[in-house]
Design a protein around this ligand. Structure first.
Ligand SMILES: *[C@@H]1O[C@H](CO)[C@@H](O)[C@H](O)[C@H]1NC(C)=O
Ligand SMILES: *[C@@H]1O[C@H](CO)[C@@H](O)[C@H](O)[C@H]1NC(C)=O
Ligand SMILES: *[C@@H]1O[C@H](CO)[C@@H](O)[C@H](O)[C@H]1NC(C)=O
Ligand SMILES: *[C@@H]1O[C@H](CO)[C@@H](O)[C@H](O)[C@H]1NC(C)=O
Length: 959
């Protein structure tokens, strides 16, 4: 959640300063006077005659008129949150929508969530009254009472509870983002426990529907992290409420509305409170506001809450004994009541907190003030300090993580993909969360899949997005399980939920099917079982040994000949194409292949029984690598993110930085004035952790353009993701690839001004370096890459291309990058021979210019990539942020799955290799290009990358 810096009131300034620690003097004096009067035996209280009683010592004591109200309040103080006693006998949910038909889902493989996530039941599930009525095999006779029963044949497919997101900003930071609808962070003061996310919950957010399409049924909506105490979260169900109001979305409504009378004496409901430590609150309150200040803000607030709690307890211990003398009013304060409730154990504290220093601060705070933390969120260093977590007051917090999103700032730098596994090994509760829209919560299950891939056991991985978050938010009595009496929130999946690309065939919330016309493709049979995952024990140990910064450089094979055995498929580059060079017969064990590599170059590919094995001579210094049914595939190419120009995005001293934009700035003459053109190659940084992690995931080449926040970026470059420095042989794949510009709606200058500037570059007079490279673009020798999202702006670029071509009398090469809405112009792009790089393979409408997404199954039959390919558009894929490059192989695999077979394996590999190079003007000799070896499967799945062959560098790297 971005927060603007520099416009903020300082802590302690009058605007929004915390309430004064003591009531104003005049009120205090008045109280003092009253107390003096009351201590006499005069029987008058605030001018009202009250009921008299003796206190046994012959004195008469006044009882305040509001005595009963106070006694009720006192009694409520000790009520523990939880469902009413008869909750589990309910036959209807309080969220039941009259008219909802009962539904019977037959023959499902039901992951119930019980038995610590181990229980799987084959059978039927009956949804009725908004709850799960029966689970198991149901006799026909048991169903006769249900009229209008809707029957769904699951055909053995997987059914789970709805996905539960412990950390989302859906609705408070609504999509598309508009200035009028960002209610995530209040910047008025560091401590504001009185704020409520519900008060900013926008019911018009495009991502309710998309998140449901990923199986998400319940989310905890939290305020942002700009404050130490940012306010209260709310738990909502994502389906459109029948009354169309935010209140109607609440899972358990702890507020009085006209329809519902909330009686806390009957069932006291858990509330949720956002806390944040570390960089965000420290950064927002300006220079000089340090971690020490944040922690003091916490201590000051908790001391205030403690004093109120103490005076309430004192008051009540006297009041219940009738000792009213001198008691005055029940001590309470609307601004602080929620924090007092934290101390009473009735609020779940959800604590954004990353680094060891911050975790330790918070754990000390819990012991000083005696409250517990429900979960640490983000929590990138928690796996390094399990003992600190276990020292927290009450119980160790659960840990809510991203799977692979890390290194974006200092406190995320030591984040590890092995954290979920390591934390679980330490007996700590692991939750995967979206922080929607930081990650699109539609794909929260993907976080669990990745956590499983990197070592979190399957039972805990699925629990991490269902039953565990339900428990951590205090709602495991009604959500997170497929169990009788639970809310009827279930998802029928097209495959095993932990298989890559698992997609809902239908999602029910409160028993109501949510997807009007779900599209589904039949997945290969292998997707119905739990994916096989590699062994990462050693890597997890290294992460601990090196405090989160394990060395990532590969080991270079010292052998002249490396022989890969038991290879199930080989894909090679052939010019600008990908060709399947070998595929083993799955039914014939003897057909496994052998690939012989000499000096980094493939010398021979054959079946084990073929000629290759015998081509290895006795005198060869040979190393044998068993791929266990794995594959050889082309090395992938990444584009779109700043990979290669940065280490930690938000640390300026670790990034190349941003170019001066000549459209909005005067470029100094010394830099070339209006003719300035920046080369990314001049700013390359080698050996960044994101680059090495990408390399270890099969991404061997990066293409990066200078980073710009405006119009003219500069010249992109292609580089090796493993080289140590620029001067090393093979480090630069190609110094200059393409000329990059961006067109985005930013107010000033207008989109039309930006397009005018592009027209001027191409058809008007330019100078210097710019003139030189624009000339090459006009010659058709160098591609022009335009980063643009909206179909309208893309259409203007297509027109401009035609205009220029009419002028120069030959074709020029134009590539659209970003391209969220390009599918709307697939035919026109194909006809105009404009290529497209889809930067986000699973699109999300986070801003207006990207709102017209083609969402993919289950909301649409296919995705934008398949539509564009079908129109003969050359399509490549990219990523937005540097950490994402590692997941490129899963992105292309998923895109192929969404196309239902239209995109074949070789096409998928081309999307992130040859096509990207073609579209970015990188001319790699196919024979020089890297190849990647994977063990236990091919590159397009949860296999392990174990080696890279580089003919260019003449080496084989092994991991
Ligand atoms: C359940 O579905 C599986 C897979 O389609 C099928 O083999 C099996 O016969 C079905 N069982 C019943 C009871 O319908
Ligand atoms: C509140 O509820 C009552 C009873 O259902 C109804 O008569 C009344 O009109 C409602 N008031 C408002 C403001 O909705
Ligand atoms: C190849 O690897 C697979 C998967 O590990 C294994 O089942 C098979 O036996 C191996 N085949 C040979 C010939 O080693
Ligand atoms: C795409 O190209 C193929 C082969 O050249 C051609 O048959 C087909 O008609 C083209 N499709 C479109 C939509 O232009």
């Amino acid at each position: 959640m971005s927060v603007e810096e520099g416009k903020l009131p300082m802590y302690g300034m009058p605007t929004g300063a915390p309430a004064p620690a003591h009531p104003p003097l005049r009120r205090r004096l008045l109280r003092f006077v009253l107390a003096a009067v009351l201590s006499a035996t005069v029987v008058q209280y605030l001018g009202l005659v009250a009921h008299l009683s003796g206190n046994g010592r012959g004195e008469t004591v006044n009882v305040p008129l509001r005595a009963q109200e106070y006694l009720d309040k006192c009694q409520l103080l000790s009520v523990k949150p939880g469902p009413p006693a008869d909750f589990h006998t309910r036959t209807h949910s309080d969220r039941f929508v009259p008219g909802t038909q009962p539904t019977l889902i037959l023959n499902a493989t039901i992951w119930t969530g019980r038995d610590n996530g181990h229980e799987v039941v084959r059978g039927d599930v009956l949804l009725h009254g908004g709850i799960i009525r029966r689970v198991g095999h149901l006799q026909q006779s048991a169903l006769e009472e249900y009229a209008d029963l809707t029957r769904i044949d699951a055909k053995g497919r997987w059914l789970s509870s709805g996905i539960v997101d412990l950390h989302s900003h859906l609705g408070v930071g609504a999509s598309p983002e508009l200035d009028g609808a960002d209610d995530t962070n209040s910047l008025k003061a560091p401590v504001q426990p009185w704020l409520r996310a519900l008060d900013g919950l926008n019911t018009h957010d495009d991502s309710y529907a998309t998140s449901i399409a990923g199986g998400v049924t319940t989310s905890l909506i939290l305020p942002g992290s700009a404050n130490a105490i940012g306010g209260q979260g709310v738990i909502i169900k994502l389906r459109p409420p029948t009354d169309r109001s935010p209140t109607g979305m609440l899972l358990e409504n702890p507020y009085e509305t006209n329809r519902t009378v909330y009686d806390p004496a009957v069932s006291f409901r858990y509330r949720q409170m956002k806390h944040a430590c570390g960089e965000n609150p420290h950064g927002v309150y300006g220079p000089g506001f340090t971690r020490m200040d944040t922690t003091w803000a916490f201590r000051e607030a908790y001391e205030k809450a403690r004093l109120i709690k103490h005076s309430q307890d004192e008051f009540c211990s006297k009041a219940v004994h009738g000792e009213w003398a001198g008691l005055g009013e029940f001590p309470e304060d609307l601004q602080w009541e929620a924090l007092v409730d934290v101390l009473r154990g009735r609020v779940k504290v959800q604590n954004h907190c990353y680094e060891t220093v911050d975790l330790d601060d918070m754990v000390r705070l819990t012991n000083e003030f005696k409250f517990s933390i429900a979960a640490f969120h983000h929590a990138h260093e928690t796996y390094l300090v399990p003992d600190t977590l276990k020292a927290a007051y009450g119980h160790p917090p659960a840990i809510a993580l991203f799977a692979t999103n890390a290194r974006y700032k200092r406190e995320a730098y030591r984040g590890s993909e092995f954290a979920p596994k390591i934390l679980a090994d330490n007996g700590l509760q692991v939750v995967m969360k979206s922080d929607h829209n930081v990650l699109d919560s539609r794909f929260l299950l993907y976080e669990a899949q990745q956590a499983h891939y990197y070592g979190l056991p399957a039972n805990l991985a699925l629990a991490a997005v269902t039953s565990t978050p339900a428990r951590v938010m205090g709602q495991d009595h009604r959500i997170g399980y497929v169990s009788e009496g639970y809310d009827a929130d279930v998802v029928l999946w097209d495959s095993n939920p932990l298989a890559l690309g698992a997609t809902p065939e239908q999602v029910w919330i409160d028993g109501i099917p949510q997807i009007a016309k779900p599209y589904a493709h039949t997945k290969p049979a292998a997707f119905q079982t739990l994916p096989k995952t590699p062994d990462f024990e050693e890597e997890a140990k290294e992460a601990l040994k090196y405090e989160g910064l394990p060395p990532l450089e590969p080991k270079r094979s010292s052998a002249d000949v490396v022989v890969f055995t038991n290879v199930s498929s080989v894909h090679l580059r052939e010019g600008q194409d990908i060709r399947e060079a070998y595929v083993a017969d799955a039914a014939d064990a003897l057909s496994a292949g052998v690939v012989v590599v000499r000096n980094g170059r493939v010398a021979c590919v054959s079946a084990a029984t073929g000629t290759c094995a015998s081509s290895v001579r006795a005198e060869d210094n040979a190393e044998f690598v068993d791929l266990e049914g794995g594959a050889i595939s082309p090395g992938l190419v990444t584009v779109g993110s700043p990979l290669g120009l940065e280490e930690m995005t938000s640390e300026e001293s670790t990034i190349d930085g941003y170019v001066l934009d000549p459209l909005t700035h005067v470029v100094p003459e010394i830099a070339g004035g209006n003719g300035m053109l920046i080369r990314a190659a001049d700013g390359l940084q080698f050996g960044t952790r994101d680059a090495l992690v990408a390399y270890r995931s099969g991404v061997t080449t990066g293409i990066v353009a200078p980073q710009s926040t405006g119009f003219l970026a500069g010249l992109s470059t292609a580089f090796s993701t493993v080289a140590h420095h620029k001067l090393e042989s093979g480090a630069i794949v190609q110094e200059i690839g393409a000329l990059h510009v961006s067109i985005h709606p930013v107010g000033i200058p207008s989109v039309s001004t930006q397009i005018a500037a592009l027209r001027h570059l191409l058809l008007g007079e330019t100078t210097g370096e710019l003139k030189h490279w624009v000339h090459k673009v006009k010659q058709g020798d160098v591609p022009l890459v335009v980063e643009v999202e909206s179909a309208d702006a893309i259409a203007s670029i297509v027109s401009l291309k035609m205009e220029v071509e009419a002028h120069v009398h030959h074709a020029i090469q134009v590539t659209i990058l970003g391209a969220t809405e390009a599918h709307l112009l697939a035919r026109e792009l194909g006809q105009a021979n404009v290529g497209v790089i889809i930067q986000r393979t699973r699109p999300f409408p986070n801003v207006w210019e990207k709102r017209r997404i083609l969402p993919g199954p289950p909301l649409s039959e296919t995705n934008a990539i398949a539509i564009l390919l079908a129109h003969n558009v050359t399509v490549g894929v990219g990523v937005e942020e540097a950490w994402m490059a590692r997941n490129t192989r899963l992105d292309i695999a998923w895109a192929a799955l969404e196309s239902g077979g239209e995109i074949r394996k070789a096409d998928a590999l081309a999307l992130a290799s040859v096509n990207v190079e073609k579209l970015l003007g990188v001319k790699t000799d196919g024979l020089q290009a890297d190849l990647v070896a994977t063990r236990g499967g091919d590159l397009l799945g949860f296999s392990k990358v174990v080696g890279v062959m580089s003919p260019r560098r003449g080496v084989v790297d092994l991991f």
